[in-house]
Ligand binder design. Structure first.
Ligand code: HEC
Length: 248
């Protein structure tokens, strides 16, 4: 039991016991910062206790000293000289090594529209198509009024009565309903693009827009072709935004 009487061994033993208790004895595990703080306090207490009288301090230092200078400890000394830098190096490596990480999930908010869609059994071109109702300037007011009616009946709950995406239900949804006042939405889209989005809704979004549980409904079964073109005219008229034109 020579070992147990050694001051140095006692100090190491106290530190090891404190380590095991703090690291594995506390459930749920204490945060790393708290753990290191407590370990530092234990280390300090051990050093204060050992150095409280000079005999015990000398007894504590003796094995360290002998390891450093005694000729018969040459092998141990050599091993430590190799081992300690290796351990430090390994620790530094684990801290600096790149960890494998899942790639960030990017989603396309405005994916490319399809060239054409099926709408109630009829093929409607999306690429290059203008709003047919705009061909009749005399009917503009009537179309916007009809679009307003469609909007209030169907869209206001999510897109809001100010068209800013703050409808009653908006707060429950992620992604939130589009804010048509925002220049990043309808102002940079063609009317045909809106037609596609309104007809096919969230379920019609292509793969690059997932993972994305858009609640935007598909309106193709509830609104007619004209009603969709009208509501599109209404959202541009009410926000004062201009639809993007197709490049010639
Ligand atoms: C249940 C809530 C809800 C209702 C009702 C709703 N929308 Fe949406 N809408 C959304 C959400 C959420 C988004 C954003 C995600 C997306 O683009 O799919 C969106 C997006 C859109 C977009 C795409 C804007 C862009 O910048 O890409 C348009 C256009 C649109 N809605 C029009 C309408 C119209 C018109 C109606 C009514 C006929 C309507 N929405 C009804 C939830 C709704």
């Amino acid at each position: 039991m020579n070992l147990l009487r050694s001051r140095f061994f006692q100090a190491v033993l106290v530190l090891v016991i404190a380590f095991v208790l703090l690291r594995f004895g506390i459930r749920p595990p204490a945060p790393w910062s708290v753990f290191t703080l407590y370990m530092a306090i234990v280390l300090l207490a051990v050093l204060v206790y050992i150095s409280s009288d000079s005999d015990s301090w000398r007894a504590f230092k003796r094995p360290i000293w002998s390891t450093l200078v005694d000729p018969d400890k040459r092998v141990l000394r050599g091993a430590l000289i190799v081992l300690i830098p290796l351990l430090l190096g390994y620790y530094a490596y684990t801290q600096a090594a790149a960890r494998p990480q899942a790639p960030p999930e990017l989603r396309a908010v405005h994916p490319a529209p399809p060239a054409s869609i099926q709408f109630r059994g009829k093929e409607i071109n999306i690429q290059g198509v203008e709003n047919p109702l705009r061909k009749d300037p005399a009917g503009y007011k009537a179309s916007v009024a009809a679009g307003y009616e469609t909007y209030i009946r169907n869209c206001v709950y999510c897109h809001g009565d100010n068209l800013d995406g703050h409808g009653h239900f908006a707060y429950g949804f992620n992604p939130p309903p589009a804010n048509f006042e925002d220049p990043g939405t309808i102002a940079m889209l063609q009317e045909a693009y809106l037609f596609w989005r309104i007809a096919k809704g969230g379920p019609g979004l292509p793969r690059e827009s997932t993972p994305w549980n858009s609640v935007m409904p598909a309106w193709e079964d509830r609104l007619t072709e004209d009603q969709i073109w009208q509501v599109i005219m209404y959202v541009y008229d009410a926000t004062g935004q201009k639809p993007r034109r197709w490049e010639q």
